[in-house]
Design a protein around this ligand. Structure first.
Ligand code: 9MR
Length: 377
């Protein structure tokens, strides 16, 4: 298996160099023109890209990707920081960027326990508000934000990360105050605000069976009530060796059975050691820095990069195999320097999790993916 991986990889890396030689260092093929024919290939945009200060990042985002998601500017804390104040500055520019470059624009995210300002679920004394007040606030928030971009956004992550890994509901303020109903309510409000927009449930660690089963139960419940749900977003914050390609495939196959599209959202693959198992996308994780778990400060050794390329490529091969059910794959950042994984789950490390390097150059994996796309189909 390992031998096969390395053989495939060497071929791809060799081809990358060859393509570089014949085309003066840059290939004319892009992800968008190749793999983007089979499913949307997306990236998230951070504030510097949205405001146009990272010109090279913007260039890559526009030319290589046909879908965009906002990394922060549409979360409640950014777009609705106070009860009577919205801030659409970045969100408006984000949407304009996608329209200018003819991209599918994804909204992220309407209801999430993180990036949530205190005012949303608490009263002036800091106590949880009543179910009636929270429903009113959710409805007002969702109808304002979804309504503003009606007809311009392809789909919204309506609820993000509502479950713990063991399949129980996460103890978020939304669950504490409204119980299980907060999910159907959020989907109902979003659909009322824009009946044509696609609606998604998004979470991480769907390869863990209890969590996946809980999410499948919720999707079926929404369907039973005739509430719109188009897709389940499987976040892909991957580690070396975990999850395995096989366990991700099991999740794709299980989701396909319940008549929803599958979207691989938030894809990145760390090159660094993990301080703990199954962290997924758990934003609170903050482990102590130790130089032994930050081994590549001065660059990735060739053999480590080769292994990383093979690993990332094996996931893209899986996504292509299931292109009948996967409708989007979104990278969580344009180039390595942008990635949240440099600061998570340990602050201050130097990581290499994306498809473009710190100098905004495509990594060997990009040509491998393009080659994989164009030769097989
Ligand atoms: O990458 C995002 C990071 O820049 C933000 O500080 C953080 C909190 O808003 O959110 C990160 O993105 C998260 C995404 O929105 C939902 N899944 C987990 C991601 C990583 O925490």
């Amino acid at each position: 298996m390992r031998k096969l991986l390395l053989t495939t990889l060497c071929f791809c890396v060799g081809m990358h160099i060859y393509a570089g030689q014949v085309s003066g260092g840059s290939s004319d093929s892009t992800l968008r023109k190749t793999i983007g024919q089979y499913f949307l290939i997306g990236t998230t945009l951070n504030g510097r890209q949205i405001m146009g200060t990272d010109k090279e990042g913007c260039e890559i985002a526009a030319s290589q990707f046909n879908a965009i998601s906002p990394e922060g500017c549409m979360k409640i804390k950014a777009i609705h920081p106070e009860e009577n104040r919205y801030d659409f500055t970045e969100a408006d520019r984000f949407v304009a960027f996608g329209e200018k470059h003819h991209q599918a624009i994804i909204g992220h995210t309407l209801i999430w326990h993180a990036a949530l300002p205190d005012w949303f679920c608490t009263d002036r004394e800091g106590k949880d508000v009543s179910p009636e007040v929270l429903k009113k606030r959710m409805k007002q928030h969702i109808s304002t934000v979804v309504g503003r971009y009606k007809g311009r956004i392809k789909g919204w992550d309506v609820v993000n990360e509502a479950f713990a890994d063991d399949g129980t509901y996460r103890n978020s303020p939304f669950y504490r105050i409204l119980g299980e109903e907060f999910i159907p309510l959020a989907f109902q409000y979003a659909h009322e605000a824009d009946p044509d927009v696609e609606l998604y449930y998004n979470d991480f660690n769907l390869y863990l069976t209890p969590k996946r089963e809980a999410i499948i139960r919720v999707v079926k419940e929404l369907q039973r009530r005739n509430l719109r749900i188009d897709a389940v977003g499987m976040q892909g914050h991957l580690w070396q060796g975990s999850p395995t390609v096989e366990s991700v495939e099991r999740a794709i196959v299980d989701l396909a059975k319940i008549n929803v599209e599958v979207m691989v959202t938030e894809l990145d693959l760390t090159a660094l050691p993990a301080p703990k198992k199954d962290l997924g996308g758990e934003a609170w994780a903050d482990f102590e820095y130790d130089a032994s778990i930050d081994p590549y400060r001065n660059g990735l050794p060739a053999e480590v990069e080769a292994r990383w390329t093979g690993h990332m490529l094996s996931f893209f091969k899986l996504f292509l195999k299931h292109k009948d059910v996967i409708t989007r794959v979104t990278l969580w950042g344009v180039s390595d320097g942008d990635s949240w994984r440099n600061g998570w789950p340990v602050r201050g490390r130097v990581d290499y999790p994306l498809l473009f390097d710190r100098n905004h150059q495509p990594k060997p994996v990009v040509d491998c993916i393009i080659k994989e796309t164009s030769t097989k189909r």
